[in-house]
Design a protein around this ligand. Structure first.
Ligand code: BTN
Length: 247
């Protein structure tokens, strides 16, 4: 199990940046940085993450002992833990989905985001330093976003305290993280698929190597890649991309 050490701040530039600073100072895996607000919150693909008071922003320092080729699975594992945490509070998984690779949607609107940053060049027998950053909209969602956004208090009948939600997330994540490192992503694949957004529907992926791929979202692979069956029946495995799903 991860030995967590939690540090709370009123405001930070970015919890991911702070966890990186802690890593540079030699902190062990399990350091957690939580901020009530961020002034330079970062999102995926170079976007910013608007971070006013009232939502949850945190990052965990991880040093997984895995090979580089499976590192991208960490964000899928983090997404499963987030979906399961919301399910825990709702009592069922209705309306909770994961948009591949790891956006958490509530009734098709984004409610949380996950950003994994890594220090591949610093990897050692101690593991690969990774900064797992998570933003959960509790009380407000930004208006002008690429995708429609929502927050937990528009979705859950009883909204938990932010600290309580964080504790629950950390417990769930720790056990999934251990399973992933010991047994690999293939044993967690069905847990991800339980929440898969748009499964069986037509999706378009703008993938690096493959270009534009449109077809039916069939499943994910044991490695976490997105399987899209195109019009001529060819199965394309997408490992990283921006994917457009129907709403
Ligand atoms: C996304 O683009 O969906 C990922 C958003 C990740 C935001 C979180 S908030 C806590 C942590 N600190 C950051 O600067 N970013 C992540």
């Amino acid at each position: 199990m991860i030995q967590y050490q939690i540090n709370f701040y009123d405001s930070l530039d970015s919890t991911n940046s702070e966890v990186k600073r802690l890593c540079d100072q030699g902190m062990a895996e399990g350091a957690v940085v939580v901020a009530a607000a961020q002034t330079s919150g970062r999102g995926r693909l170079g976007r910013s993450w608007v971070s006013p008071l009232g939502n949850l922003y945190f990052s965990i320092l991880l040093k997984p002992k895995v090979t580089l080729d499976v590192l991208s699975q960490l964000s899928l594992v983090a997404g499963i833990a987030l979906a399961q945490t919301i399910k825990y509070y709702q009592g069922n998984s209705d309306g909770i989905t994961l948009k591949w690779p790891n956006d958490v949607l509530l009734k098709c609107q984004k409610a949380a985001g996950i950003l994994v940053e890594t220090e591949i060049e610093s990897s050692s027998t101690d593991g690969i330093p990774c900064y797992l950053g998570i933003g959960v909209n509790f009380n407000s969602a930004p208006d002008l976003t690429v995708y429609p956004a929502t927050c937990l208090n528009e979705f859950l009948n009883i909204v938990p305290e932010v600290e309580d939600f964080l504790q629950q997330y950390l417990i769930i994540f720790s056990s999934l993280y251990e399973i992933w490192q010991k047994r690999g992503f293939s044993v967690l694949k069905s847990e991800w698929l339980e929440f898969a957004h748009g499964l069986g529907q037509t999706v378009t992926a703008i993938a690096g190597r493959e270009g534009l791929v449109t077809g039916v979202f069939e499943t994910i692979t044991d490695q976490g890649g997105l399987v899209i069956k195109d019009q001529i029946g060819k199965k394309n495995v997408i490992s990283s991309s921006e994917v457009t799903f129907p709403h």
